[in-house]
Design a protein around this ligand. Structure first.
Ligand code: ATP
Ligand code: MG
Length: 333
């Protein structure tokens, strides 16, 4: 039997998940599980790169597992696990950190964005070295494709560079070169209150959380920042707010931006347009929230994580062993 290609992705439990995470990542994941061998994990070690409350980190981790399942991930098809449960991630990280250059890490946009807000003297090394752990996450599973939103594609590019570097250095195909796959619509959902900034769970600006009350969601959409015009047209430069709402509508309706524009042709009131966007978001999130609550109550989360950790460890440890051997670490039976 021909081996199936592998898909792998994750979300870090740094904050309450937003609509951006849903559109750019969560809803994409389940599209892979029928055709790929799929690994979806919670990047909890990555959540320590910025200060975080331990109790929140724990509860948010559990929430994300419930969100994965509510979004349609089936534990019989997808390996769902915690990064910290599979020690090979940290071990490969401590090997690969020697092959990634400081210059490369300093060029990462995520590091620049996130470190800007911190006191220069107190930037954790983990924040700087974050991509090395992400590279390890991806390479451990010989991943073919990495479904991600826009902000993570730079890290996947670096992963390819490092895989290539290692293969050249040791003159063998040690690692596969993974490819980022972005959703065609909605790879970068912007903030509703400031459409020049990405919607981000660790730095939300009045954005929509997946756990928000439906009435709150409606209010947030109705008060989203727009421009003074009245046309519902996609124009990122001059109409970033309208373009963002149109993107949200199009992606949740599984249509192209052009079709969404056509759908709103003739609508000249932003209020009417926003109401349609709010209706669409609620239509999608209402059953999603219901499922999420049922899953949390069902008590299946620990079992899913136990099974996932076993399956993931088996595969990850095989790669780790191969890498250890290749770089010259002594393996004894
Ligand atoms: P953080 O602020 O901690 O970086 P985040 O909201 O950016 O949080 P990540 O954990 O970095 O979320 O990313 C999880 C997944 O969600 C990634 O695939 C990422 O590309 C995607 N994603 C994050 N924000 C958005 C967004 N605004 N639009 C579309 N996809 C997004
Ligand atoms: Mg991010």
């Amino acid at each position: 039997m021909e081996e199936r290609k592998r898909a792998l992705s994750a979300i870090k439990p740094t904050g309450n998940l937003t609509l951006g995470n849903y559109i750019g990542a969560l809803r994409e994941f389940s599209k892979f599980q029928d055709n790929y061998e799929t690994f979806i994990f919670i990047a909890d070690l990555h959540a320590l790169t910025l200060p975080i409350d331990p109790a929140f980190l724990r509860s948010n981790t559990k929430d994300i597992v419930a969100f994965y399942l509510a979004a349609g991930l089936d534990p019989n098809k997808t390996t769902i696990f915690l990064q910290s449960d599979v020690s090979a991630h940290a071990e490969l990280n401590s090997i690969l950190i020697n092959y990634v250059y400081m210059g490369e890490l300093s060029r990462m946009t995520q590091f620049k964005d996130k470190s800007q807000k911190l006191n220069k003297e107190a930037i954790g090394v983990g924040l700087f070295a974050y991509p090395v752990l992400m590279i390890s996450d991806i390479l451990l599973y010989n991943t073919d494709v990495v479904p991600v939103g826009d902000d993570q594609t730079q890290h996947v590019e670096l992963t390819r560079d490092i895989a290539h570097r290692m293969n050249e250095r040791y003159k063998k195909e040690l690692f596969k070169l993974p490819q980022a796959i972005k959703p065609s619509v909605g790879a970068r959902i912007m903030s509703l209150s400031d459409p020049s900034k990405k919607m981000s769970k660790s730095d939300p600006k009045g954005d929509i959380f997946l756990k928000d009350d439906l009435n709150v969601i409606r209010k947030k959409i109705m008060s989203a920042v727009t421009d003074t015009g009245h046309e519902i047209k996609y124009d990122q430069e001059n109409k970033p707010g309208i373009s963002n709402l149109l993107t949200i509508y199009a992606s949740l309706s599984n249509m192209s931006i052009q079709d969404a524009e056509k759908h709103f042709e003739g609508v000249t009131q932003y209020g009417e347009f926003k109401k349609a966007v709010a209706d669409k978001v609620i239509e999608v999130l209402e059953p999603f929230q219901q499922k999420y609550k049922e899953i949390l109550q069902s008590g299946i989360i620990d079992k899913v994580l136990d099974d996932g950790a076993k399956k993931a460890s088996y595969i990850a440890n095989k790669t780790l062993r191969k890498v250890k051997k290749t770089v010259g670490l002594y393996i004894h039976e």
